[in-house]
Design a protein around this ligand. Structure first.
Ligand code: ATP
Ligand code: MG
Length: 392
């Protein structure tokens, strides 16, 4: 019975003159989300409202689930739109609407009329009263409840008239592309895809970097990261995934630095390279899935040492979350099943039996000097040979 959706958006409505930027970004992202849905759609804006209108037959459930993934949307209202052909016509259409939408008439309701144009011959109050009366005449089982109605029937008088009574919650947040871009360090684990999702939710466009170490890490481990990027892109839009060959750097560290500091030193080089790649593509920050105390490399001391090489802000949205809280989000966003596939990533190959938990920055820097002769070339090669995959 529905051919269109009325899209409600929250925070972005209050951005003054920048509002059109937000609306346009939202529209672009809605089109992106609907690409995978059976059917064709047109997305339009009209004075503070965005409409998704189907121009072919379409799969309703698929369309709703796609729209539920679009950041910036707070509500998705399946709407019936009619031309203004007088109040009698309107009430016929409303009665028809209620009849179809609610086969069982045992509920309470309230009419909530609003006029966006004041030349309509009745005011909102009068519409509420008169429409309420006509509905009660048509369906005597109905009851009015103005405080807590089961069904809140909205009638919006605009150029056309909108009739709707359901609001499916959207994800909230801000439309992708309204807040600049950041570089996500994406591993095959549970945490980093969640971190990317959380930052993308605030409107940030995501680029990603994955460090692999062939032949120590397999092609399958890389594919797992591509799959994760693809799942994040459902929400974040197309993602450029940089795949950095990290093998020679890891081997050099392994050869020249104390083994209990391997992970920290390796993490510092990851941050340096990710930041360099980020600069090349205008990123304004880095994103990691670090959480305080989760492993040796994420104690406060370790984070201090890792962070020390970064000049860009590093966003760590899951920093205060327990593992289970992160898992809950990963299940919700659909990355969990992929994240738990058992393919080794490069961190697990070169880990020491007893990594330092309280690394000392001075000592770490001293040991990094062991790499002086080779590291510049290795970094340069790693950056230059980075493979870029566009994932969507
Ligand atoms: P898990 O979910 O198992 O904790 P993880 O990869 O998030 O996996 P760590 O190995 O402790 O956990 O890494 C911490 C953070 O460092 C990750 O969240 C990620 O942002 C970054 N990172 C780690 N390894 C890589 C890698 N191979 N490529 C890109 N980023 C990585
Ligand atoms: Mg982790």
């Amino acid at each position: 019975m529905y051919k269109a959706f009325l899209i409600k958006y929250g925070e972005i409505g209050v951005k003054g003159k920048n509002r059109y930027i937000f609306e346009d970004a939202l529209i672009k992202q809605i089109y992106f989300a609907l690409e995978k849905v059976d059917g064709e759609f047109e997305v339009t804006k009209e004075s503070g409202r965005i409409y998704v209108t189907s121009i072919t037959e379409f799969d309703y459930d698929e369309a709703v689930s796609a729209l539920k993934n679009v950041f910036g949307i707070i509500g998705i209202c399946p709407v019936v739109q009619i031309e203004d052909e007088g109040f009698d016509n309107l009430s016929e259409k409303v009665i028809e609407y209620i009849d179809k939408a609610y086969p069982d008439k045992n509920f309470t309701f309230k009419v909530d009329a609003r006029r966006a144009r004041k030349n309509y011959p009745m005011n909102s109050m009068e519409i509420n009263m008169e429409m309420g009366g006509r509905l009660l005449d048509a369906f005597p089982e109905l009851k009015v409840d103005v405080h807590k109605p089961d069904v809140l029937l909205s009638i919006e008088i605009r150029n056309k008239i909108n009739i709707y009574s359901t609001e499916i919650p959207g994800p909230g947040g801000m439309p992708i592309g309204t807040a600049g871009k950041a570089m996500l360090l994406l591993s095959g684990g549970i945490d980093s895809p969640v971190a990317g999702y959380m930052i993308a939710k605030r409107g940030v466009q995501i680029e990603a970097t994955y460090f692999h170490a062939p032949p120590y890490t397999s092609e399958r481990a890389k594919q797992k990261v591509v799959d994760l990027a693809k799942q994040v892109s459902v929400y974040a839009g197309p993602i450029v995934l940089n795949v950095v060959n990290f093998t020679d750097i890891q081997l050099a560290i392994y050869e020249k630095c104390p083994h209990d500091e391997l992970t920290i030193i390796m993490r510092r080089y990851m941050m340096r390279i990710a930041e360099e790649l980020g600069k090349q593509s205008n990123c304004m920050g880095l994103i990691t899935g670090e959480s305080i105390g989760q492993v040796a490399s994420q104690t406060m001391h370790s984070l201090y040492c890792t962070n020390e090489v970064c000049t860009m802000p590093v966003y760590r949205p899951v920093i205060g979350f327990d593992k289970q809280e992160i898992i809950n989000i990963s299940e919700k966003i659909g990355t969990y099943e992929t994240s738990i596939q058992p393919f080794e990533d490069c961190c697990t190959i070169f880990v020491a039996k007893h990594p330092v938990t309280k690394p000392n920055i001075k000592i770490i820097k001293q040991h990094e000097h062991n790499l002086d002769e080779v590291i510049d070339d290795l970094m340069k090669t790693a950056i230059e040979t980075t493979e870029k995959i566009i994932v969507k």
